[in-house]
Design a protein around this ligand. Structure first.
Ligand SMILES: C[S@@+](CC[C@H](N)C(=O)[O-])C[C@H]1O[C@@H](n2cnc3c(N)ncnc32)[C@H](O)[C@@H]1O
Length: 357
């Protein structure tokens, strides 16, 4: 039997326009990765506009491939094209996104995360059937690096400048000399940024993923920071040691933990009575309707492919998801014995919660 649909031609045209854009973005993921990995963006930033032949000479890449890549980048508004000279230019705004690792809008980590979600897809598809998880350590090969690279610019430009000062009395303690735990620290960028800013304080980063802890210790050594003052240890969030701490921080990690209530109880147990738990989470509203926007779209995809599988793999049957919202997170804090929860700061991507006993 032939199905009949009441199709509105204008809506269909609009939707196909959206899908063409979406597919264009999806195909750009591999193209941006090429530009980063082969040093093409950096070569255009450092030595200015180039034809394909000039860029081939600068980067030791094949001219024919570069002709195609450059045309794609110009069609994407990632490069501009000067038709008279046949040169392609990396505009300054695009350079901040693709070539400046310390810029607040550096997005290469976001593209690398998109690659991770594609690599993770077979494992996650199997988990959809079973309701099981995909362990953090079993996910895409460079996902840990991608995640660290994605979050670092936000920490670099907000943590010391805006987020810590928004917490009552915390900067004064850090300046005098405080004991700090960074739980779920991953590659330790957040820990090292704080450690550099507050040389009188001592920092311990904890994560249950041994490879990430090894990378964090390497980063610490590369920055020449005293291992007596900053160290990284393998430990689960609901069983980390030491303290009593003046400050415990969790950066984009609580929602990945399979036992967030156990983590809250552990933090409460290890925190000084006047201590602070700083919880940085994806910025989201409490209702699905609040998150149906471009940022929510990115986070729900990351949550489906990375965060929920990570949490469910831990065997507690809980997965907060990357868009848990402040109300759901507050239930977790209260279950751990915390009574005060304030939104201290936010960016389009993150909210910073001040959680106190
Ligand atoms: C999205 S990453 C964020 C890493 C880091 N805080 C950052 O912002 O770059 C989440 C981190 O939580 C860690 N994690 C997840 N569950 C954990 C658990 N139960 N105990 C300790 N770490 C955990 C993962 O290994 C991972 O490093």
């Amino acid at each position: 039997m032939e199905a009949t649909y009441a199709v509105d031609e204008n809506r269909l045209t609009d939707f196909m326009g959206q899908i063409t854009n979406d597919l264009g973005g999806a195909y750009s993921v591999a193209m941006v990765k090429l530009g980063d990995e082969l040093g093409l963006y950096r070569a255009l930033r450092d030595d200015g506009p180039a034809t394909a032949a000039e860029l081939a000479a600068r980067t030791d890449c094949d001219q024919r491939y570069l002709e195609e890549w450059l045309a794609h980048q110009a069609a994407s508004n990632y490069l501009s094209y000067e038709s008279g000279s046949g040169r392609f230019r990396l505009p300054p705004e695009q350079a901040l996104v693709f070539a400046e690792e310390d810029s607040p809008v550096y997005m290469i980590g976001g593209f690398e995360n998109a690659i991770s979600t594609i690599e993770n897809q077979p494992g996650v598809a199997a988990a959809f059937r079973t309701g099981g998880g995909v362990a953090w350590g079993d996910q895409a090969s460079c996902m840990f690096c991608a995640v660290a690279r994605f979050f670092r610019p936000g920490y670099l430009h907000n943590l010391v400048q805006h987020w810590l000062p928004a917490l009552d009395g915390v900067v004064e303690k850090l300046e005098r000399g405080a004991l700090v735990a960074d739980v779920g620290c991953g590659h330790g960028h957040s820990t090292l940024i704080m450690a550099k800013a507050f040389p009188n304080s001592t920092f311990i980063g904890f994560d249950f993923h041994a490879e990430s802890i090894a990378a964090a210790n390497e980063h610490r050594d590369a920055h020449g920071i005293d291992p007596e003052r900053v160290r990284f240890e393998v430990a689960p969030a609901d069983g980390f040691a030491g303290g009593p701490y003046d400050l415990v921080a969790c950066f984009d990690a609580l929602h990945d933990m399979g036992n967030p209530a156990g983590t809250a109880a552990r933090v409460r147990d290890r925190l000084k009575a006047d201590g602070t738990w700083m919880v940085v989470e994806p910025n989201s509203g409490d209702r699905i309707e609040d998150n149906l926007n471009p940022v929510g779209r990115l986070f729900y995809a990351g949550s489906t492919m990375i965060c929920v599988p990570t949490a469910l793999a831990q065997g507690h049957g809980t997965a907060l998801g990357g868009q848990a919202g402040q109300a759901r997170l507050t239930e977790v804090f209260r279950s751990g014995g915390f009574s005060s929860v304030q939104r201290a700061a936010e960016t389009p991507f993150n909210m910073v919660l001040e959680v106190r006993p």
